[in-house]
Design a protein around this ligand. Structure first.
Ligand code: NAD
Ligand code: MN
Length: 366
């Protein structure tokens, strides 16, 4: 029997609630599988850790993660600590430190979900956004001098490297090639940003030559927002810089019904370091501690984690269980217009996994 070492980093706010739900789902799955099991290591990093130790995670924290097979992450963000301290002190530290340069964000409208676009059918919206995850606008380069004085200067420098751009473009072309439509849209802003984004466009055109079977086009990021709303079916795989994809993927999540459903994987494609999977939402201060968080974004992230481990059949079983549960409006949390609690949705998904795992019984949504 294979044992996968999984790091659980719940972080803050509803991160704590959804990651414990994600662990329950993984345990339910392991209970029905006889080829693998999970060994969980829990890391109490985040806002509470910061209040005790003055840092979001220990200085040698990355060393503890390196030996893991995968990381399941909740959220970094605490009402009492500035957002740039929490995000940089934990999530971005892990993404950069473990070189998780491809941030992959699938979006589609799950069964039973009432998506806000009246002319968009579920089959019209099936996207994967690939976000550059280590440089660009969130490189961390920049600084502030003369703080508080009238001559104060502050910069956030967007840094793009040929190596960084080429590897993310290549990853996106490969992903597009693996999907049925073999369609890629490269998001840019090279009309206004005339240095790095022009290089970004040039590299896309170069990489495209190695993928003659992929149809690709270029779209300016502002126009892309309108295209996502007006012509969703014209898009399939999308690649964009760190900031652009950050914004576009929140829009994508909302168009598919709720931020609470959307998953993501921070991938180190070469597998030198473990990859990290997380719902795209944050700490949700307004609902934290109330048991109302939608855990589906975490469950879908668990599906991505299983796919990354090569457990394709197990991943499909969890996805079937999720879709079976979203199809029932009585199991919708408040963000979807329902009244179900985190615990009820979690129990329903676990029960679905257990019953579909019984011998002689076909999965309910094959
Ligand atoms: P948010 O995602 O926390 O919340 C936005 C809105 O969506 C809120 O109304 C919230 O209640 C709702 N929502 C989000 N997830 C939900 C879920 N699973 N179920 C039901 N409703 C849900 O975004 P925000 O308010 O911009 O940020 C709050 C904090 O989280 C900030 O500190 C921010 O920096 C942090 N944050 C962290 C991450 C991360 O670590 N990956 C991502 C985004 C935001
Ligand atoms: Mn974001």
């Amino acid at each position: 029997m294979k044992t996968y070492r999984i790091a659980l980093v719940p972080g803050d706010g509803i991160g704590k609630e959804v990651i414990s739900a994600g662990r329950e789902v993984l345990q339910a799955l392991a209970g029905t599988a006889n080829t693998f099991q999970f060994e969980f290591t829990h890391f109490d990093w985040g806002g509470d850790y910061y209040r005790r130790h003055g840092a979001m995670m220990p200085p040698d924290g990355l060393d503890a993660l390196r030996g893991m097979d995968a990381i399941l992450f909740g959220s970094a963000g605490d009402p009492e600590i500035p957002d740039h301290v929490t995000l940089w002190g934990l999530r971005l530290k892990i993404c950069q430190g473990l070189d998780q340069y491809a941030n992959v964000r699938p979006t589609r409208i799950l069964p039973g979900i009432d998506a806000p676009l009246k002319r968009c059918k579920p089959e019209d919206l099936n996207w994967v956004i690939v976000r550059e995850n280590t440089e660009g606008e969130y490189s961390g380069a920049g600084g502030r001098v003369h703080q508080g004085h009238p001559i104060e200067v502050a910069t956030d420098m967007s840094v793009m490297t040929r190596a960084g751009v080429e590897r993310i473009q290549r990853y996106a072309f490969r992903l597009a090639q693996s999907r049925p439509r073999k369609l890629l849209t490269v998001i840019t802003k090279s009309n206004a940003q005339r240095h790095a984004m022009v290089m970004w466009d040039e590299i896309a055109a170069e990489v495209a030559k190695d993928f003659p079977d992929v149809t690709w086009d270029k779209e300016l990021v502002d126009a892309a927002t309108a295209r996502m709303v007006n012509r969703p079916s014209s898009l399939d795989t999308i690649v964009a810089t760190n900031l652009h994809a950050d914004i576009l993927s929140d829009l994508a999540a909302a168009l598919a019904g709720s931020l609470g459903i959307a998953p993501t994987g921070n991938i180190n494609p070469e597998r030198v370091y473990p990859s990290m999977f997380e719902p795209i939402h944050g700490s949700a201060f307004d609902i934290m501690g109330k048991g109302l968080a939608n855990p589906v974004g975490t469950f879908w992230s668990v599906v991505m984690l299983l796919e990354h481990l090569g457990e394709i059949h197990a991943a499909q079983r969890v996805m079937c269980a999720i879709e079976h549960v979203t199809a029932n409006p009585e199991l919708h949390t408040r963000d979807l217009g329902g009244e179900a609690t985190t615990a009820q949705v979690t129990q329903a998904v676990c029960a679905e996994i257990r019953s579909a795992g019984k011998p002689g019984q076909a999965p309910s949504l094959a």
